[in-house]
Design a protein around this ligand. Structure first.
Ligand SMILES: NC(=O)C1=CN([C@@H]2O[C@H](COP(=O)(O)OP(=O)(O)OC[C@H]3O[C@@H](n4cnc5c(N)ncnc54)[C@H](OP(=O)(O)O)[C@@H]3O)[C@@H](O)[C@H]2O)C=CC1
Ligand SMILES: O=C(O)CCC(=O)C(=O)O
Ligand SMILES: [Mg+2]
Length: 419
């Protein structure tokens, strides 16, 4: 594999993987992408928290050597390329990286760089834990009942980007192809001449590796259930396939057996002996269930688009997207890019205003992924403490009684002080 032409920071070493196990040196090089919009505000606050927590936890023995790599507007302005090869190579070579949000225009323009990076590195699992921090304002009565981890398939579905724009030669060719080979289905297109088209590939292997990761997470973290969320009643061969392949994998690889005639199934956690239920839910019903009966759901395995919607909806239930973290992971190659669930929030760019919590908690996931559990735990403890002191960014302050609003950078200061 070619090394990046970027100059790595002196004194740092690469994280490596052998036989599926990461080796993390005490001084790892970690590439980061600052991000567009509010990305720089958030990154500047977050990196101070990461450096402080590692220094305080390990007394100077460990240190992250950050290496900036470019993507998005900054990359385009400096190199004329939205996602330079060097950036992808660095994320590939150094295995673990972290990024801020990148803008994707609606309707036309460039395709999502975020999605491109996930596809190029084959980061098939988008892992988004959703939990409530004591004191965070929430629109629901009992936000503490929400404790779920979303495993969103990250490389397939409508996000594969196979689309044909209305009125183009490609769209006409595609329509002609369906007309010739699938006349019955062509007849179902209400306005064929003025339609755009999108294709949704969902594969057995793609489903299996995602559902396997979700079940292994449930085993390792002693969770009660894995729910396969799909719209398989309507999209039978894609979303319905996801459900069927997911159950089949639970049976063949984890020894799950059907309960009361199925399809819900159960197996014993090989580590704890506790029962894990594998169940499924249709996506629209699931969205009302998570509001009404959140404690019945735990690990969620779902397709790309459902997972995108669900992540923001669940984040809102525990106080908003300002503290919703995530990681894009390939558990086989070890590649991982950590990033917030939210986007660039452009109206707040440069105001030092937004909540940096989502990137800070994405860093917490990254540290845990690296095996630096003590530092990760210290971030969670500091978060609890800082929020408890009610000195919070605008998003929480506007909903929290008796709170003092602090800037993005000041919230990082509070976290560091709370360590
Ligand atoms: N992974 C990525 O890089 C992602 C990129 N995007 C991209 O981001 C751009 C903007 O997307 P948009 O739909 O506006 O969604 P955003 O998530 O950027 O923002 C929507 C709203 O969420 C709230 N919000 C977002 N981030 C924070 C934060 N850190 N602290 C507090 N509140 C926050 C704000 O709410 P309020 O207005 O109530 O204050 C904001 O207006 C698009 O180009 C989109 O494609 C989107 C998602 C992920
Ligand atoms: O890539 C984008 O611009 C949006 C991605 C997104 O919303 C997500 O991954 O949750
Ligand atoms: Mg999203």
């Amino acid at each position: 594999m070619a090394d990046t032409k970027l100059t790595p920071p002196a004194g740092g070493e690469k994280i490596t993987i052998a036989n599926g196990k990461l080796t993390v040196p005490d001084h790892p090089v970690i590439p980061y992408i600052e991000g567009d919009g509010t990305g720089p505000d958030i990154w500047n606050a977050s990196v101070r928290v990461f450096d402080a927590v590692v220094a305080k936890t390990y007394g100077g023995k460990r240190k992250i050597h950050w290496m900036e790599v470019l993507a998005g507007e900054k990359a385009f302005n400096e190199t004329g390329n939205w996602l330079p090869d060097d950036t992808v190579t660095a994320c590939r070579d150094y295995l673990v990286s972290i990024k801020g949000p990148l803008t994707t225009p609606v309707g036309g323009g460039i395709r999502s760089l975020n999605v491109a990076l996930r596809q190029m590195l084959d980061l098939y699992a988008c892992v988004r834990p959703v939990r409530w921090f004591n004191g965070v304002p929430s629109p629901v009565k009992d936000p503490g009942k929400v404790d779920m981890t979303i495993y969103r398939e990250n490389t397939e579905d409508i996000y594969a980007g196979i689309e044909f724009q209305q009125g183009t030669d490609d769209a006409r060719k595609f329509a002609a192809l369906i007309k010739e080979h699938f006349p019955d289905r062509y007849k179902k297109i209400r306005f064929p001449d003025s339609s755009g088209f999108g294709i949704k590939p969902v594969s057995k292997e793609g489903t299996e590796r995602l559902v396997r990761a979700a079940i292994l997470y449930a085993i390792d973290n002693d969770r009660d259930s894995v729910t396969l969320v799909h719209k398989g009643n309507i999209m039978k061969f894609t979303e319905g396939g996801f459900r069927d392949w997911g159950y089949a994998l639970a049976h063949t690889e984890f020894g799950a057996v059907e309960i009361d005639g199925g399809p819900w199934s159960k197996f014993k956690n090989p580590k704890t002996g506790k029962e894990i239920i594998v169940k499924d839910a249709i996506a629209d019903a699931f969205l009302q269930q998570i509001l009404l009966r959140p404690s019945e759901y735990d690990v969620v395995a779902t397709l790309n688009l459902n997972g995108d919607y669900l992540s923001d909806a669940l984040a809102a239930q525990v106080g908003g997207i300002g503290i919703a973290p995530g990681g894009n992971i390939n558990y086989v190659t070890g590649h991982a890019v950590f990033e917030a669930t939210h986007g660039t929030a452009p109206k707040y760019a440069g105001l030092d205003k937004v909540n940096p919590g989502s990137v800070i908690l994405s860093g917490e996931m990254m540290l845990r992924y690296m095996g630096w559990h003590e530092a990760a735990d210290a971030i969670i403890a500091a978060m609890d403490k800082a929020i408890g002191q009610k000195q919070v960014t605008y998003d929480f302050a506007r909903l929290m009684e008796g709170a003092t609003e602090v800037k993005c950078s000041e919230f990082a200061d509070r976290l560091i002080a709370a360590m």
